[in-house]
Design a protein around this ligand. Structure first.
Ligand code: DON
Length: 342
């Protein structure tokens, strides 16, 4: 029996908290699940061990509980998409980004070669077409500068310096013909500008940034904490873009499972083909899971089960009766007696 590790919680009690117990339970219950297959369309990803499984949750105060292999490294892949979207929104504002990338769930697979028929825009920033268009908006004098800007932001969100896995990046560069087709189609419709090969290189590099399940929990906690990393205190993202990023994650983050995910789990999330899932419980928690075997839609089998379990047990769903929301509105509805009586 493995128990969750914990860091600096306020209580001195040695009895595990409910969250700690549930993180351990999520790991223990699903560690023996052997369903799914490891992605191999990027050949280097096929080297992942199917045995590794990690579950980590981090609060907006920086306290975390984890169980299993939360220090095992893997490439972030599509979980990079919400963070680069946040960068583009910060650099250009919502209106300009919206002109180039929509906010509708596509219902299609993540790598589908399809654009909105009316606007020629990619459907959203969580599918490959949208993410490539988002990458094209990232500012910098050169590819190296733009890539370093992404790495710096991801590192700040994780609270430690991250790196790019060059072997995975090379592997995707050699095999990413479908993404090339998507990018050139968008170039044809003037949905992306500039050097298409460089835009693709930037996209492949962002997907090859190396993280752990604990990093994902910290990055999720940074989004949950309105852009401020709860451990370092660094302000990583503008508060104004968080609502946009989380909305698109909730409706589009889990590919063509997004509707059912919103229904059953109700937490803005993003998965990646290397087996990570990142979840964000608004103003409360970041969740990071890792297990390489994927279901038919490309989501980690154990990760989906662990997140579903935690959401059900802790009432994390955005519309769950236990999830009370803020008191701002209640306070604003209270009458100011001084004004009333004057
Ligand atoms: O574009 C690709 O195919 C990968 N670099 C990222 C794919 C990914 O993680 C999307 N989701 N499963």
């Amino acid at each position: 029996m493995t128990s969750a590790k914990r860091r600096s919680v306020s209580s001195k009690s040695t009895t595990p908290s409910i969250v700690e117990t549930l993180v351990t339970d999520a790991y223990e219950q699903f560690r023996t699940c052997d369903q799914g297959t490891i992605a191999t369309y990027i050949p280097e990803l096929g080297k992942a061990s199917p045995a590794h499984f990690g579950v980590c949750v981090m609060s907006v105060d920086g306290d975390y509980f984890e169980a299993g292999d939360c220090n095992v490294e893997f490439t972030i892949q599509s979980i990079s998409k919400p963070f680069v979207y946040a960068m583009a929104l910060t650099q250009h504002g919502r209106d300009k980004v919206y002109q180039r990338i929509g906010v509708e769930p596509s219902g299609d697979a993540f790598n589908s070669i399809v654009l909105d028929e009316k606007t020629n825009r990619p459907f959203n920033a969580m599918v490959n077409a949208g993410a490539i268009a988002v990458a094209s908006l990232i500012q910098g004098a050169s590819l190296a500068e733009r890539s370093e800007a992404q790495l710096a932001v991801f590192s700040a969100a994780a609270g430690r310096r991250l790196r790019i896995d060059d072997s995975v990046c090379r592997s995707e560069t050699e095999t990413g013909h479908r993404n090339r087709a998507i990018a050139w189609l968008m170039r044809n419709f003037d949905m992306i500008e500039g050097n298409v090969d460089e835009i693709l290189a930037l996209y492949f590099q962002q997907c090859s940034i190396v993280v752990t399940a604990r990093d994902l929990a910290a990055m999720g906690a940074t989004l949950a904490n309105m852009g401020i990393n709860p451990i370092t205190g660094e302000n990583v993202f503008e508060m104004g873009c968080i609502q946009d990023v989380l909305s698109v994650m909730l409706t589009c983050g889990m590919y063509n499972y997004s509707g059912e995910w919103a229904f059953r789990v109700g937490v803005p999330a993003k998965s990646g083909v290397s087996g990570g899932i990142l979840g964000v419980v608004n103003r409360q928690l970041g969740i990071g899971t890792y297990s390489a075997k994927l279901d038919s839609r490309g989501n980690s089998v154990r990760g989906v089960k662990a997140c579903t379990y935690l959401s059900e047990e802790l009432g994390l769903h955005a519309f769950n009766f236990m999830n009370h929301g803020s008191h701002f509105l209640k306070n604003m509805m209270e009458r100011d007696e001084m004004v009333e009586t004057s």
